[in-house]
Design a protein around this ligand. Structure first.
Ligand code: THU
Length: 148
């Protein structure tokens, strides 16, 4: 389990990351802070696109940044989201595609997803609570993910 102090710190970093959101179409700004197994934090924001479908969510931005830097083991992610210029008044739960990306790299029984309105008000649940019976690498058999 991660400490309350770590949770507060990750939420603060997710709020900072939200400041870099590129969201001229939805005006919905999302930030994420991803904590690796060895304590590194990788930030992400949503990045939209005029063609709409290339849009990348904040959570996936953080994951893809981390994996591209050689980080593949993770403990937790904090996520915050709200319309531009508005207080964070709702929980921005990760979309289905982001949950599936988490499933690729995280132990669903252990990985903690912290969805926050503030450092004090948050929900912290495991990936398997967000994505029960998820399909992951183990379903495909004994591939060695380190090889590729
Ligand atoms: N978004 C995220 O960044 N994360 C989610 O889990 C849900 C949605 C973004 C995508 C898009 O830029 C905006 O929020 C509105 O859907």
């Amino acid at each position: 389990m991660i400490s309350e102090e770590t949770i507060h710190d990750l939420i603060a970093q997710a709020i900072t990351a939200r400041g870099n959101s590129y969201s001229p179409y939805s005006h919905y700004q999302v930030g994420a802070a991803l904590l690796s197994e060895d304590g590194q934090v990788t930030l992400g924001c949503n990045i939209e696109n005029a063609a709409y479908t290339p849009t990348n969510c904040a959570e996936r931005t953080a994951f893809f940044k981390a994996v591209s830097e050689g980080i593949r083991s993770f403990q937790a992610i904090a996520v915050v989201g709200s319309p531009a210029g508005k207080e964070i008044t709702q929980f921005a739960y990760p979309c289905g595609v982001c949950r599936q990306v988490m499933m690729e790299f995280c132990n669903p029984a252990e990985f903690q997803i912290i969805v926050a309105k503030s450092q004090e008000e948050y929900v912290c649940l495991t990936l398997d609570q967000f994505l029960p019976n998820g399909f992951g690498p183990d379903n495909l058999g004994p591939f060695d993910s380190q090889e590729e």
